[in-house]
Design a protein around this ligand. Structure first.
Ligand code: DLL
Length: 433
C-alpha cells in the first residue's frame, strides 16, 4: 500500500489526539484574538480560549455557518493581515453572496500536502500523468488538485473543464493515467468517447479522483466499467480548504480525513447534539492548522457518518461515509424526505436507460408532484412504444417501492438533458418560484 505521509496517515489514536489537542488550543486562541466576529460569538456563548483544554471541549465552541461568511463578506473572518494572503477563492452558491476564502503561503502548502495524500490514495506517483478537468478559477477544484499533483512530482495536464473532444484527444495523445473531474463529467466523457470511437483500451487511464457533487455506488460501477479504471470518491469544500478534506483509498470503504488538519464531528442538525461514531447526521469541521481562514465547527449541511476503525489499507485516520445528501437540498415531497442520489441509485440499478436524469418538482392543487425525466439510450430510441412504456412503468414502480413516493416518469430523447462540465444540476424545484 502506498502512503504519502505515513507518519500522520497511520498515527496511533493517542498520538493523533495529542497532536489535535495542541493544534486546537492554538487555533482557538488565535481566532479569538484576531477575528472580532468570532470573539463576539464565543463571548455570547460564555466560552473563553482557556476553557478549551481537550478535544472534548470542542463541543463548547459556537458553530460557524455559511451565512457568517456572507455577513462578513468579503474578508471579515480572515485571521491574518491581508498582506499575508496569497490566494483567494470563492464558491458561487445558488443564492446570496459568494463565499470568499483566503489562503496564506502556509495554507497553500497544507492544501498541497492533503491533496498529495488524496492523489496517492488513487495510486498517483511521480510517474503519473494527471489530467485536471476540474474548473480552474475561483472554484477550488482545478488549482487544488493541481498543487497536490505537482507536490507528488506527477506530470500535470491543467486542461480545466469543458471542450470534451479535446479532453479525449489529449487523454489519448498525452497518455493520461489519472483523471480528475466531477463524476457526472467523467460519465459524459465516457459517453463522448464511445461516440468518437475511442476504446478504453486505447487509453492509459488507470484511476479517477471524482468529487464536488454526490454520486452513488451504481454510478461508480458505471464509470469504472466504461472507462476501465478505479474510481475514487474525493470530498472537500472551499470553507475548509477545497478538495483534500477527505478521500477514499483503493478499499473504497469510506473517505479518510487528514485529522492532523481537520477535526470532523457528526451532529444532529436539529438538536445540534454531537452524535456517536456510526450515526448519520450533519458533518461539521474544525480546521486546526489553517492561518488565513481558520474555521471553527463549520456546518457543512452534508450528511454522512464517521468510522474510527482502522482501515484495511493500514491508515488509522477516521473515515467519513459517502455523502448521502444535504440537510438543505433534501427534497420533501408530500412529506417524504427524498435525496436525488436515492433516485439516481434506482435508475442505475434498473440500468435500462442512460444515466442522465432531471427531477422536476412542482405543486398542483396544493399537492407536490414529482416528475422524473430519464434519458433513453440511442438503441432504446428506436424501440417500440410498448417497450418504452414498460420501462417507464418499471422505474415508477421501483421508485414507489424504495422511496414510497409516486412519480411521473418520462423517457426523453438522447442528449436532451443538459450536460455539465462541472457540478450537475439534477433538480428543478418549481415550488419555490
Ligand atoms: O466542491 C471542492 C471540491 C473540488 C471537492 C473538487 C472535491 C473535488 P465547494 O464548491 O465549496 O467545494 O462545494 C462544497 O460540494 O459541501 C458538498 O455538498 C459537495 N461535495 C464536494 N465533494 C463531494 C463528494 C468543492 N465527494 C460542497 N460527494 C460540499 C458529495 C460533495 N458531495
Amino acid at each position: 500500500m502506498q502512503y504519502w505521509n505515513p507518519t500522520y496517515e497511520c498515527m496511533s489514536r493517542e498520538e493523533m489526539t495529542r497532536v489535535q489537542t495542541e493544534r486546537l488550543i492554538n487555533t482557538v486562541k488565535r481566532i479569538y484574538h484576531n477575528v472580532p466576529f468570532f470573539r463576539d460569538k464565543m463571548q455570547k456563548k460564555g466560552v473563553e480560549p482557556g476553557d478549551i483544554k481537550s478535544l472534548d471541549d470542542l463541543k463548547k465552541l459556537p458553530f460557524t455557518y455559511k451565512q457568517d461568511l456572507r455577513d462578513t463578506y468579503p474578508y471579515g473572518l480572515f485571521a491574518v493581515p491581508l498582506s499575508e494572503i496569497v490566494r483567494i477563492h470563492a464558491s458561487s452558491g445558488t443564492t446570496g453572496r459568494q463565499t470568499v476564502v483566503g489562503y496564506t503561503r502556509r495554507d497553500i502548502d497544507t492544501w498541497a500536502e492533503v491533496m498529495a495524500r488524496t492523489l496517492t490514495c488513487a495510486g498517483a506517483s511521480k510517474e503519473s500523468f494527471i489530467q485536471v478537468a476540474y474548473g480552474y478559477g475561483l472554484f477550488t477544484g482545478g488549482l487544488g488538485v493541481h498543487y497536490g499533483a505537482e507536490r507528488i512530482g506527477a506530470s500535470v495536464i491543467p486542461i480545466s473543464g469543458g471542450n470534451t473532444k479535446r479532453q479525449l484527444q489529449i487523454m489519448k495523445d498525452f497518455g493520461t493515467t489519472i483523471l480528475a473531474c466531477t463524476p457526472s463529467y467523467a460519465l459524459f466523457m465516457a459517453e463522448e468517447m464511445e461516440e468518437a470511437g475511442i476504446k478504453k483500451e486505447d487509453l492509459k487511464l488507470k484511476a479517477g479522483v471524482f468529487g464536488a457533487e454526490p454520486w452513488s455506488e451504481n454510478m461508480r460501477k458505471e464509470i469504472e466499467e466504461r472507462l476501465g479504471i478505479l474510481a475514487i470518491d474525493i470530498y472537500g469544500l472551499s470553507e475548509v480548504i477545497g478538495p483534500g478534506v477527505a478521500s477514499e483509498c483503493p478499499c473504497k470503504c469510506g473517505m479518510h480525513i487528514p485529522e492532523d488538519h481537520f477535526i470532523p464531528e457528526i451532529i444532529d442538525p436539529v438538536t445540534e447534539e454531537v452524535l456517536p461514531p456510526g450515526a448519520k447526521g450533519e458533518l461539521v469541521f474544525t480546521t486546526i492548522t489553517k492561518e488565513g481562514l481558520p474555521i471553527i465547527r463549520y456546518r457543512t449541511r452534508d450528511i454522512s457518518s464517521l468510522n474510527y476503525e482502522v482501515c484495511e489499507c493500514g491508515r488509522t485516520s477516521v473515515r467519513m461515509d459517502k455523502v448521502s445528501g444535504r440537510t438543505d437540498d433534501m427534497l420533501i415531497i408530500r412529506g417524504v424526505n427524498v435525496f436525488p442520489s436515492q433516485i439516481e441509485s434506482v435508475l442505475l440499478e434498473i440500468g435500462e436507460t442512460a444515466p442522465h436524469y432531471l427531477l422536476i418538482v412542482d405543486r398542483k392543487d396544493n399537492l407536490d408532484m414529482l416528475e422524473i425525466w430519464v434519458e433513453m439510450t440511442q438503441s432504446m430510441f428506436s424501440d417500440e412504444v410498448k417497450r418504452l412504456e414498460d420501462i417507464e412503468r418499471k422505474i415508477r414502480k421501483e421508485i414507489e417501492g424504495t422511496l414510497g413516493i409516486t412519480a411521473k416518469v418520462k423517457l426523453v430523447e438522447p442528449k436532451t438533458i443538459e450536460r455539465s462540465e462541472g457540478k450537475a444540476k439534477r433538480v428543478i424545484d418549481k415550488r419555490k418560484l
